[in-house]
Design a protein around this ligand. Sequence first.
Ligand code: HEM
Length: 412
Amino acid sequence: MMATSTHAAAEGTPTDLVVVPRAVLEADPHAVLARYRATVPCIRTDDGVVMLLRASDVQALVTDPRTRQVETEFARMRGITSGPLFEFFRQTVLLSNGEVHRRRRAPIARTFAFQVVAALRPRIRDLAEALVAEHGPRGRMNLLADYAAALPARAIALILGLPERDVPDFTRWVYAMSRALTSAWGPEDLPESDEAARRLIGYVEDLVAERRRAPRDDLISALLPSIDEGDPESAAEMRMQIVSLILAGSDTTRAALAIQTGLLLAHRAQWEAVCRDEALIPGAVAEALRFEPAVGSFPRFTLAEIPLEGAVLPAGALLSISTLSAMRDPALYADPDVFDIRRTDHPRWHVVFGGGVHRCLGEALARIELEEGLRALTRRLPDLRLDRPLTVRGSAAIRRVDELPVSWPTTA
Ligand code: HEM
């Protein structure tokens, strides 16, 4: 099942890492990670990726100058070497380093400032309420597609000021393109992702041109001064940051909203507690993000050997920083395998949103969507039931949630 090729270096630190077949890990990620975390700080999966397991290392290495973000290597590994998808990987803030990263991040960080996003809460609440009202009389829905996918897409459409009629196409392109960001989807999905990338990038280009003609009070208009139309490469790069925001906030929040609903419904007493007391909502959101995160890891490269307690990370390794593992580490959380929305030991900076210069830019928006998404369900559909248990697949990057049929009694 596993090969333990560990040997001791001269100083007594193991330099060869424990190798775990990817299939073994994916079959039961939490159990496998817990087993290794107790004895070694990292493992190597049989596809060559080195996975960092312990909370203390995860928190330290995210700001360690001996690591850097991966750039187009991830795309190339997936066989994406040209076309609109490749342009996305080449130009996105998410996969860049140093000055290039600062140049890409600063304008969107300014326009996506906390206060601006916080002011959106009432409108996101209305979106969630409207979705529940739309489905309420039917007595059933596929929570993943009908609710969890719809809310982030409508929220970003609101932020960008998209006309209502564009939302269905826009939503389809977003979710088709976002499959390219995660290895939970296979190469057979890439042609559709590429076509969706072409459409979405073109759509954003048109929006920017439209706002240039008639600016409004929205995110794209606020970004116009950062888009230098006199320099086509730089203008294309800035527009790609709008695409990055759209993508980074879709699949992640969709999965998180479905997961938190599934977890709470599976822990019925905690669901009922939230139905009785809205003050429990932020804790429920934080705990669901910890217990079964939508994003299981993020990647880095090691630029040098990095000694850890009990092993040495090799230089030039593709690292998977496992937030999934860190958030079940008993060194950080008491009783980490217990789902408890009242826990008080969440660190000030939630591990699921990463750290350092790449820390999630959309955390405030994600939390508002998740909190308002939960509030509308618990207020309007307290008798909601799962018709099938929640399944979350994958241990790394954005995880994949299967359809989640739910139902509730109707008066009709
Ligand atoms: C539950 C939902 C979310 C989770 C778990 C999540 C998680 C993360 C993580 C772990 C990173 C860091 C990746 C790395 O260091 O390699 C990240 C980056 C990012 N996130 Fe999120 N995210 C979520 C929602 C959002 C939303 C709603 C938006 C915006 C609409 C967003 C925009 C971004 C952007 C633009 C980055 C890149 C930042 C940079 O590289 O400088 N995210 N996110």
